[in-house]
Design a protein around this ligand. Structure first.
Ligand SMILES: [Zn+2]
Length: 247
C-alpha cells in the first residue's frame, strides 16, 4: 500500500507518427495510478490468500480472509489518498491565498518579481517587462501565472480528493478480487492452483500495461511484476505452512 504520487510524475516520452519523440501526458497520470492500485491490491491479496491457504484451513476461512483483505486494503488506500490529497489541496489553497493578497497589496513588486523570473529564464529585460505587463493585466491570469512560476502549481487543476479516493478504492479492490475469484467458486488445491495462476497472469498483465504506459520494456516490466508477486506469495505461503492454524 504505497503512495503512488511520486511515481505519477515520472517523465516519459514516446514516438509519434512522424518518428519524432513526443511527451506523454506526464502530470495526469490517472491511468498509471490506477494500474499501481490494481498492482497493490493484487500483490496484497495474492500473498494474503496464499498465506492463509498455506495453513490448509477450510475454504471458507480463505474466502473470508481474502474478502477482509480486499475491503481493508481498499479502504486503507482510499483513506490515504483522501487525506494526502486534501492536505495538498489545503496547502496549495493557502499559498494561493497568500499570492492573491500580495498581488492586491503590492502589484508593482509582484510585477518586478515576474520580470526577474522571466529574465532568469533568459529573456531580455525589455521582453520580460513586456510579458510581465501582459500577464499582470487581468487579475485571474496574474494569479495563475504567479502560481505556476513561483509555486509550480496550476490552480485550475488541483485535483479532487474524493475522486482520487474512489478510484484508489476501485483499483485496489479490482486487483484484490482477481486471486480471490477461485475461492468464491471453489476450494482446496483446485482453488489454490487457480488462485496462483490467476495471480500470475494478472501480475504479467499489470506489468505489460505499466510497460506500455511508461514507454519501457514490456517484457522487463512484466517479469518484474511477476517476480514481486511470486516472492510475496511464496514468503506468506511459507509462513502459513510453518505457523499453521494449530494453537
Ligand atoms: Zn508573486
Amino acid at each position: 500500500m504505497t503512495s503512488t504520487r511520486p511515481r505519477r510524475l515520472r517523465r516519459t516520452s514516446a514516438t509519434n507518427a512522424h518518428g519524432e519523440r513526443q511527451h506523454r501526458n506526464v502530470k495526469s497520470g490517472g491511468a498509471r495510478a490506477a494500474v499501481f492500485g490494481v498492482s497493490d491490491g493484487l500483490v496484497t491479496n495474492v500473498s494474503l490468500i496464499l498465506g492463509v491457504a498455506g495453513a490448509h484451513p477450510a475454504g471458507t476461512v480463505v474466502r473470508l480472509s481474502g474478502l477482509a483483505g480486499l475491503v481493508a486494503g481498499a479502504f486503507s488506500m482510499a483513506a490515504g489518498e483522501l487525506v494526502s490529497m486534501q492536505a495538498q489541496r489545503d496547502l496549495f489553497e493557502r499559498e494561493l491565498e497568500i499570492e492573491r493578497e500580495a498581488l492586491e497589496r503590492n502589484p508593482d513588486a509582484e510585477r518586478r518579481e515576474l520580470v526577474a523570473i522571466y529574465q532568469r529564464r533568459g529573456l531580455t529585460l525589455a521582453f520580460a517587462s513586456e510579458l510581465a505587463e501582459l500577464m499582470m493585466r487581468d487579475p485571474q491570469t496574474a494569479l495563475q501565472t504567479h502560481a505556476r512560476e513561483e509555486l509550480g502549481i496550476d490552480p485550475t487543476a488541483l485535483g479532487s480528493p474524493v475522486l482520487a479516493a474512489v478510484s484508489s478504492f476501485a483499483a485496489f479492490a479490482l486487483g484484490a478480487l482477481l486471486p480471490l475469484i477461485p475461492w468464491l467458486v471453489g476450494r482446496g488445491n483446485g482453488a489454490l492452483i487457480a488462485s496462483v495462476l490467476v495471480g500470475g497472469v494478472a501480475a504479467i498483465g499489470v506489468g505489460v500495461v505499466l510497460g506500455v504506459l511508461t514507454g519501457r520494456s514490456v517484457l522487463k516490466a512484466a517479469a518484474r511484476q511477476l517476480l514481486v508477486a511470486a516472492v510475496a506469495a511464496a514468503v506468506t505461503y511459507g509462513i502459513g505452512r510453518v505457523v499453521g492454524v494449530s494453537t
